[in-house]
Ligand binder design. Structure first.
Ligand code: IMP
Length: 196
């Protein structure tokens, strides 16, 4: 089975690819010959994920594919950076700048709880399906580790003493929001294959 994944984020492709069975072949945007900045204009992960995959299916004349939108949500910051996680500190989309911005806003906060959320939008034979995964954790006082991407060095998932930045992919996948959403996607596709 072939499925297009509407993202330009190589880290997301690597994480999702590591979770998929060999029978499911991921087509990346570069493999599909698409080089566009995909719009994320909305205030919810669902709407952004939906518009991303709709745009890409239209451009590639394909029927089936999925996208994901994700972010870090911090209750003490009224759920920021949230849907704006990728460009929180500005349009340069710098992970280091985003991390510094969050750490400075969190300096005097007693509640350091946070969660990552991933929402996958699958368009499958004309129908739209959403799969969501969350990962609760804590914002550390300073970055630790250089693995992963985005806010990984300052996020420690509940149940671990390491930040995502200190974990390899196998370990991150034990906790990851993205893994939880991808597993639901895989289950859906397994059932759909059985019915076809
Ligand atoms: P988008 O889904 O492309 O809008 O970008 C989501 C942004 O959220 C990324 O650029 C990261 O800054 C952040 N993010 C999403 N998932 C993760 C993760 O697993 N680890 C660290 N940061 C993440």
């Amino acid at each position: 089975m072939e499925l297009i994944f509407a993202t330009n984020n190589k880290n997301k492709v690597k994480e999702v690819q590591s979770l998929l069975p060999e029978t499911l072949q991921l087509i990346t945007l570069s493999e599909a010959g698409i080089d566009v900045e995909i719009p994320e204009p909305f205030e919810t992960l669902e709407e952004n994920a939906h518009t991303k995959i709709e745009t890409i299916l239209r451009l590639t004349y394909r029927t089936n594919g999925f996208s994901e939108d994700s972010g870090l949500f911090i209750p003490a910051l009224q759920a920021r950076p949230g849907v704006h996680s990728a460009h929180y500190a500005g349009p340069q989309r710098s992970d280091a700048d985003n991390i510094q911005m969050v750490l400075s806003e969190m300096r005097n906060q007693a509640d350091r709880s946070a969660y990552f959320q991933t929402t996958i939008c699958l368009i499958w034979n004309g129908e739209t399906h959403f799969f969501t995964g969350t990962c609760p954790g804590t914002i550390e006082m300073a970055p630790r580790g250089s693995g992963g991407f985005g806010y990984d060095p300052i996020f420690r998932p509940d149940g671990s003493s390491s930040t995502f930045g200190e974990m390899d992919l196998v370990e991150k996948n034990r906790y990851s929001h993205r893994k939880k959403a991808v597993h639901q996607l895989i289950e859906f596709l397994r059932e759909a294959e059985k019915k076809s």
